[in-house]
Write a protein that binds this ligand. Structure first.
Ligand code: BTN
Length: 269
């Protein structure tokens, strides 16, 4: 299906991907509007679709963010895409998929736009201290294996400041705001699929180590004093690193260490 806006075209995405696309992007489904690309990808995966299936939508009416939040997803401006992975890794390693995707998307955005993106734990793409994009990983496990994982990527591409939802205007940014020009969402989609292909292959072939190392290189969290909201708790400390499972290691004021599994990080000045 053709998008109403020429800067996002399913045909062009398919034409611009290598003829042997690798794992990701062998099948791409494109929609003008969906409730959530992650929700549809989860349904397709549960019904046995091929690994690497990609869903892209011009708009989402019920876009989902991390920690049960919503993801504002107006039409004609941004990128909303999800893909189905079927990695042979234990469920306890699922967080590496999120870190791998953050590494891949950060490279993709840098490659297309040149803007200096960094990663805030675990998977926020940050520019000028504001959020450019995020990743929602949803996993379906079968006892001790992952049946499928959905990686959902949302990136603000072409809204100017007045077009950002007013609830996020002070904390979010877009490629347009950072560069002053409009960009082709097609090119971002292609680059994201290529980079995820590359880093997913690295994960499968070489394991977690190169992903963790690259995540640390791109991170703007490690070494900083941060405040973390984890469920109803709030901790302040120095973000010292991540462990092998991708948990954030926080050094608290009393010298003890705390591992954070899920939560929201604010980098303190
Ligand atoms: C976050 O909260 O940082 C994660 C946001 C993830 C948003 C993307 S948009 C495409 C995919 N579909 C969804 O409903 N959510 C993800």
């Amino acid at each position: 299906m053709k998008s109403k806006t020429p800067d996002l075209s399913a045909e062009e995405i398919i034409n611009l991907l290598p003829s042997e696309p690798g794992i990701i992007g062998k099948k791409i489904f494109f929609f003008d509007s969906l409730v959530s690309t992650n929700t549809l990808a989860m349904e397709l995966a549960s019904n046995g679709c091929e690994e690497g299936t990609v869903i892209i939508s011009d708009e989402q009416t019920g876009g989902k963010g991390r920690l049960g939040r919503s993801w504002v997803s107006p039409p004609q401006k941004n990128l909303y895409l999800s893909m189905v992975l079927r990695p042979h890794i234990p469920p306890r390693d699922a967080a590496i998929l999120t870190l791998m995707s953050a590494v891949a998307c950060t490279h993709a955005v840098k490659n297309v736009s040149g803007i200096p993106v960094s990663i805030k734990w675990p998977n926020d793409m940050i520019v000028s201290n504001k959020k450019l994009g995020g990743i929602l990983t949803e996993v379906k496990t079968d006892r001790d294996s992952i049946n499928h994982a959905i990686i959902g990527v949302g990136i603000n591409i072409n809204p100017d400041i007045s077009e950002l939802d007013e609830n996020i205007r002070t904390i979010a940014t877009s490629v347009m705001i950072e560069t002053g020009t409009r960009h082709s969402r097609t090119l971002f989609a292609v680059e994201i699929l290529k980079e995820i292909n590359k880093w997913y292959k690295t994960l499968i072939g070489k394991g977690k180590k190169p992903i963790l190392a690259e995540w640390l290189r791109l991170s703007s969290t490690i070494g900083r004093t941060v405040q973390v909201h984890e469920a109803k708790n709030k901790f302040t400390g120095i973000a010292e690193g991540i462990d092998n499972e991708g948990m954030l290691i926080l050094k608290l004021g009393n010298g003890s260490h705390k591992k954070i599994c899920t939560g929201d990080v604010t980098i303190l000045p």
